[in-house]
Ligand binder design. Structure first.
Ligand code: ADP
Ligand code: CDP
Length: 214
């Protein structure tokens, strides 16, 4: 069983995807880390993330790179959203994601294009969102908690810019799949959001049994 979880920055999709993976006993892939690894790779090489060839050259990173703490930084998020607009970068990372999704027993993947491009046939798709203000507040708390000195307004500006870049690009833009279920977590705590996500997945997997709940 494949569960696809998409949504904008700091909507809570990673938290929900991890918890769904634990609930259903499935492996989980945070696909944003792949694009972050490419973004950081370009920056470390002194390159420009907006140049396709330089971004493509950074796609051959090893597994260890995915555990680099710097991937969590806002600089990595910004560089990721620039390199991810290049079709050649998306193509270079495609097989790795599809193979993860296709493993026996299934998987949970979260990102921007899981329900639309990577696993369009997934039986359960969630599109997790929240207002930009709520998302910026969550990301700001996360960064401050990690000891980084950042302004909340600056985080909000970054999030709006990333939303715009991710939605406006022509290669696999951020959009809700037609058959995805929307989960707005703006007014939900983590436990409420996870419970709502499990309910939506159950409805997607067993539509007839849950028709009365709609
Ligand atoms: N429903 C929620 N309520 C409050 N905080 C949340 C909620 N969901 C996630 N968070 C927190 O917000 C931050 C971003 O969540 P995360 O799951 O990493 O988002 P995403 O994967 O969409 O970027 C994390 O610190 C996480 O603990
Ligand atoms: N499947 C994916 C995942 C991430 N990305 C890009 O990578 C960037 C970082 O993704 P992320 O999921 O780690 O970011 P957050 O939502 O956690 O802030 C996004 O802004 C997207 O531009 C993508 O294009 N496709």
């Amino acid at each position: 069983m494949i569960i696809a979880v998409d949504g904008p920055a700091a909507s809570g999709k990673g938290t929900i995807a991890r918890r769904l993976a634990a609930h259903y006993g499935l492996p989980h892939l945070d696909t944003g880390l792949l694009y972050r690894a490419v973004g950081i790779g370009v920056l470390r090489a002194g390159g420009d993330p907006s140049v396709p060839a330089e971004a493509l050259a950074a796609c051959g990173f090893g597994e260890a790179m995915l555990h680099d703490p710097q991937l969590k930084s806002e600089a990595a998020g910004k560089a990721a959203s620039i390199v991810s607009a290049h079709p050649e970068v998306r193509a270079a990372l495609f097989t790795r994601q599809q193979d993860f999704a296709a493993q026996p027993g299934g998987a949970v993947l979260d990102g921007r294009d899981i329900g639309t491009v990577i696993a369009p046939h997934a039986p359960a798709k969630l599109f997790v969102t929240a207002t930009p203000e709520v998302r910026a507040d969550r990301r700001w708390r996360e960064l401050v908690g990690a000891g980084l000195a950042v302004e909340r307004d600056h985080v909000l500006t970054d999030i709006r810019a990333r939303d715009e870049r991710d939605s406006a690009r022509s290669a696999a833009p951020l959009r809700m799949a037609d058959d995805a279920r929307l989960l707005d977590t703006s007014a939900l705590g983590i436990e409420e959001a996870v419970a709502a996500a499990i309910l939506l997945v159950e409805r997607a997997l067993h539509p007839a049994a849950n028709d009365g709940d709609r």
